[in-house]
Design a protein around this ligand. Structure first.
Ligand SMILES: [Mn+2]
Length: 467
């Protein structure tokens, strides 16, 4: 396993070097992008070093950055949940094994440059036999370019060589209870610890070409899975059969992990926003809302389609679906650098409420519905969010509280209409006729580009695919 990891990195570097001699600007491009593993696609020393330098430049002089990765969480008895690195830790180090801590501080020798000190696991004996090899301290220096690496277990004694009592420390230590306890045990809790997330979030907001390629790859694999999943849906299939198709197709295409739990919400479940049971039999005449996203190289995708179980939209279903689709197209058409997210949000709310009133799907007075907040009965959630290492990636606010789109941000837009059973403001013909549509969007220099445009979205093309 260890050997394979190392070979893969070398193979990647080889592909990177050879492909770039052919005047290629994008290091992710190669013959089999779907078969690469995380460290191969995002692994690049300059990228991670640049992020650490940039981060250090954003905190006050003489500050130290101390970052931890996620804890290991117990599932039951002696079984743990599968480990997933903290997105911030991965973003700064590229290191994806558990039990790791990193210190980033100003280099002794070179001004304005950072130095990386890592504490990682060295495995031997029983641990090695049961859990397999790890990069270890040697690997941390050789492959992750740590200036110095120590055994994770020696953190308690060695950390004091790097941290002094009057240092200001920017840290995400609160995410890892185990490290927090170690910190308290050795009396470091009295240090001046400050919140790091805001500073990293600002960096993570804008995506590099490598990150965009990773997201695009996750999107492409998700689309492939969607297309297969739509073909198997018919009355009396179960929601979990759809989920199984996603799992199968994405794993076959190099994305064994999902960015979030898959939602296959049919019939009455359609109104549960983050429905997760996926155990219901889907019936003739119902809608099913499917929200799915493969993860590739720790980068997310996030796509939703709402489709008729029997392959043909009813009149009411088509009317609601097309309102959401029109809202979706408007939001995408208006997305561009400099545009306020909140402006897009309010345009979306107003458009949907106007249409629902016009089609006599809901009753009431437009301005009252909006000013009272009652619109949230139908437009329940936000218009969208950023996508990156997290499916809900950071989208930091400006000082004035606004959120502005910038070039090379990736967002998921997910306009929706929810019409709940028993809601007396809703025409009863439309109860449970809800719809959500979601695509992943790259903000370009002049507007936006839909990364998931290959997945059918028009009623005709969805019905065609399901035939
Ligand atoms: Mn989403």
């Amino acid at each position: 396993m260890k050997l394979i990891k190392f070979i893969n990195i070398n193979l990647f570097l080889f592909l990177l070097l050879t492909s770039c001699t052919n005047n290629c600007t994008d290091p992710v491009e190669n013959e089999t992008p779907n078969k690469l593993y995380p460290y191969e696609i995002t692994y690049d020393e300059a990228t991670f070093k640049h992020r650490r330098d940039a981060l250090l430049n954003r905190v006050p002089d003489n500050s130290i950055i101390l970052i931890v990765t996620n804890d290991i969480y117990n599932r039951n008895d002696d079984i743990d949940y599968a480990f997933r690195p903290s997105s911030n830790f991965y973003y700064l180090t590229g290191f994806d094994e558990p039990n790791a801590i990193a210190i980033i501080r100003e280099s002794d020798g070179i001004p304005n440059e950072s130095e990386l000190i890592m504490f990682v696991e060295n495995r031997e004996g029983g641990a090695l036999q049961w859990l397999g090899p790890v990069y270890g301290t040697e690997g941390a220096m050789e492959y992750f370019f740590a200036d110095m690496a120590y055994n994770y277990e020696d953190f308690t004694t060695i950390v004091e060589d790097y941290v002094e009592n009057d240092d200001v420390i920017y840290s995400n230590i609160e995410i890892n209870q185990t490290v927090l306890e170690i910190f308290n045990e050795i009396g470091l809790q009295s240090l001046d610890l400050r919140e790091l997330d805001e500073t990293i979030n600002e960096l993570r907001k804008i995506k590099s070409s490598i990150e965009i390629s990773a997201i695009q790859n996750a999107v492409d694999v998700s689309i492939q899975a969607f297309q297969e999943a739509l073909k198997i849906i018919e009355p009396n299939t179960y929601e979990y059969e759809v989920e199984a198709t996603f799992n199968y197709i994405t794993s076959l295409n190099g994305c064994p992990n999902k960015a979030f739990p898959t939602i296959v919400a049919s019939g009455p479940n359609i109104n549960i926003l983050h429905y997760q049971n996926n155990d219901r039999k889907m019936l003739d005449g119902e809608l099913v809302m499917i929200d799915f996203g493969a993860e590739y190289g720790y980068y997310a995708s996030d796509i939703t389609r709402t489709i008729p179980v029997n392959g043909k939209f009813t009149n009411e279903q088509a009317i609601v679906y097309n309102i959401v689709l029109e809202a979706h197209k408007k939001a995408i058409a208006n997305a561009a650098p400099g545009v306020s997210y909140y402006d897009l949000y309010w345009q979306n709310v107003e458009f949907i409420i106007d249409k629902l009133l016009e089609k006599e799907i809901i009753s009431g007075v437009r301005d009252e519905i909006i000013s009272s907040g009652r619109y949230r009965q139908y437009v329940v959630a936000g218009l969208g969010h950023c996508v990156g290492l997290d499916v809900h990636d950071p989208f930091p606010k400006q000082l004035n509280g606004d959120k502005i789109l910038e070039e090379n941000m990736v967002l998921a837009f997910e306009p929706h209409i929810y019409l709940f059973e028993g809601d007396q403001t809703v025409n009863s013909n439309y109860w449970k006729v809800s719809a959500r549509i979601e695509d992943d969007i790259l903000i370009t220099a002049t507007g936006s580009e839909i990364l998931s445009s290959d997945l059918p979205i028009e009623i005709d093309s969805i019905e065609e695919l399901m035939k």
